[in-house]
Design a protein around this ligand. Structure first.
Ligand code: HEM
Length: 303
């Protein structure tokens, strides 16, 4: 079969400009491509081949972190407003981005340890540890380890931003508020993930009620599972990142001053929603059912 003849390339339709003399918007001007492409400045002298990749990948992460924070702020707003459907829809977008970010870290494995070592010293003492947006994602999600701020030299405005994130309700707090508003007797774990015994039992009972009958708590169940996926993506990113770090620098300490892989391995236990993870282990715990029955939350999909 003959191939279609190529069509002519598009020509900008200058006649459609609203005002004569107005500037024609182009791909480059709308996206500020020249400014964007001016931001990858190698520091190695003579320039090391892999430094461009190293800068580009970190900048790409920061751009996606910006988008994730934007979306998570909306998720918090929608959950607070009681719009569970929209909160979950936007959270699913975040999860798709995060899956990309988990994969993206492996591009760095195309560097040899030797080539990375050729420019690593010029980064000192900079480190991904100091990514303010990464800390914002953690705090907003519900992983509020304020001690990480001690390892970052912060401008006043950056400190204010992080302190505001620590002070505001996290997605974890807002999720539990949403459950309480719907008649479930739950308490959000504190910033260290702790709950007293009674609160813990009641919270587990409520979550088991939802996980036992997802079809009766459709929106809340889906939201809970999206929160778990988001938590899981952060955990997976940590795991993939530390393995890539190990391939590149082995047991060397980090440019940020930590013990490197040993420090990063210690972060693999951080979870924003420990009770959601735990609930599924208790679905056959009959003693919890009695407690859940006492809650006013109705067994039909009004959420
Ligand atoms: C050659 C590649 C990389 C190496 C060798 C590396 C190494 C390290 C090390 C050793 C640490 C611990 C802190 C320190 O002492 O410096 C760290 C932390 C961190 N890195 Fe990387 N990293 C790499 C790539 C990346 C990329 C592409 C990102 C994306 C933003 C990133 C983000 C982070 C974050 C957010 C932390 C803090 C983790 C936490 O405290 O839980 N790193 N990195």
């Amino acid at each position: 079969m003959a191939e279609d003849a190529p069509t002519a390339p598009p020509t900008p339709d200058t006649d459609s400009l609203e005002f004569p003399g107005a500037e024609l918007i182009t791909y480059n001007s709308y996206l500020e491509v020249p400014a964007l492409l001016d931001l990858q400045r190698l520091k190695s002298e003579p320039p090391m081949h892999d430094e461009l990749l190293f800068i580009t990948i970190h900048q790409a992460y920061e751009l996606w972190f910006k988008q994730i924070i934007f979306e998570l702020d909306s998720v918090a707003e929608r959950m607070t407003a009681g719009d569970i459907f929209e909160a979950r829809r936007l959270l699913e977008r975040v999860i798709v981005i995060e899956k990309l970010l988990v994969q993206q870290i492996h591009i760095l494995e195309t560097m040899t340890p030797r080539d990375f070592a050729s420019f690593r010293s010029i980064l000192n003492p900079a480190s991904g540890f100091q990514s303010i947006q990464f800390r914002e994602v953690e705090f907003l999600t519900g992983i509020k380890d304020a001690s990480v701020m001690r390892g970052i030299r912060l401008e006043d405005s950056e400190r204010a931003r992080l302190e505001a994130r620590l002070a505001e309700p996290s997605l974890r707090d807002i999720f539990y508020s949403a459950l309480r508003e719907r008649g479930f007797d739950v308490t959000a774990p504190d910033d260290e993930g702790k709950l007293d015994d009674d609160a813990r039992t009641n919270t587990l009972a409520a979550l088991v009620k939802i996980y036992q009958a997802p079809e009766h708590h459709f929106h809340l169940y889906n939201l809970a599972e999206s929160l778990v996926s988001h938590d899981q993506c952060i955990l997976l990113w940590r795991f993939h990142h530390v393995r890539v770090v190990e391939r590149l620098i082995g047991s060397k300490s980090g440019t940020g001053g930590s013990a490197g892989v040993r420090y990063l391995s210690s972060t693999l236990v951080k979870r924003a929603y420990p009770m959601l993870w735990e609930a599924r282990a208790h679905l056959d715990d009959a003693s919890l059912y009695g407690k859940a029955r006492g809650m006013t939350a109705p067994d039909y999909p009004i959420d």
